[in-house]
Design a protein around this ligand. Structure first.
Ligand SMILES: [Zn+2]
Length: 201
């Protein structure tokens, strides 16, 4: 009975296969039309020296901090706690504690987000093309942990003419005279082996 059923299905199957091959062929030129930049957007696959379990971050961060740093969100303008902060000190990545900016490089851009015209260390931030929302911007990401920070523009003040437009939610401010400068101690074993915990999804 099963054999009879199979035989009766056979012509059908081969037709379907033929159709499949055919449509495959016709789909090929379409694929070629897709610009390589679209196909190559695999920045998410990049592994960072420091990784943090999602569970830990959800516990430790506010929903806004999580959304901005892990889901490339943006806090509303003029709502972040550091936009008007004029205290002397250092701004660190809220996720991994890497020092990113100092208060003497902060300026009032009028944008509603903390803005800086220079970094502490040029390698501390990774710049990536961002084509979301139908525009081309340059995304800024923490080079240590991959946290989304904000965007980079080249319309800043002298001498650098750069503007790092950063979400307060991505930052942790440490005042100059704050006693606990030791961030590394609490961070733990993040620095030693880059390939120790490769949690690629
Ligand atoms: Zn970081």
């Amino acid at each position: 009975m099963a054999a009879r059923l199979l035989r009766s299905m056979a012509p059908h199957t081969s037709m379907a296969l033929l159709q499949c091959i055919h449509s495959h062929k016709s789909a090929r030129p379409l694929l070629a039309l897709i610009p390589p930049t679209t196909l190559g957007t695999c920045r998410r696959k990049k592994t960072w020296p420091k990784t943090f379990p999602e569970e830990e971050l959800r516990k430790r961060l506010t929903p806004m901090q999580y959304h901005v740093t892990q889901e490339k969100g943006t806090e509303s303008a003029f709502t972040g706690k550091y936009t008007d902060n004029k205290e002397e000190g250092t701004y660190q990545c809220v996720i991994c504690g890497a020092p990113l900016f100092t208060s003497d490089k902060k300026f009032d851009s009028g944008s509603g987000w903390p803005s800086f015209f220079d970094l502490i260390n040029k390698d501390s931030i990774t710049l990536t093309d961002d084509f979301s929302y139908g525009m081309h911007r340059v995304e800024t990401t923490c080079s240590q942990c991959g946290a989304h920070l904000g965007h980079f523009f080249d319309d800043g003040p002298r001498p650098t003419k750069k503007r790092y437009c950063i979400n307060s939610a991505s930052l942790n401010f440490r005042a100059k005279n704050s006693p606990s400068e030791e961030v590394e101690a609490s961070g733990g074993a993040g620095q030693s082996a880059p390939s120790s915990k490769n949690e690629e999804l």
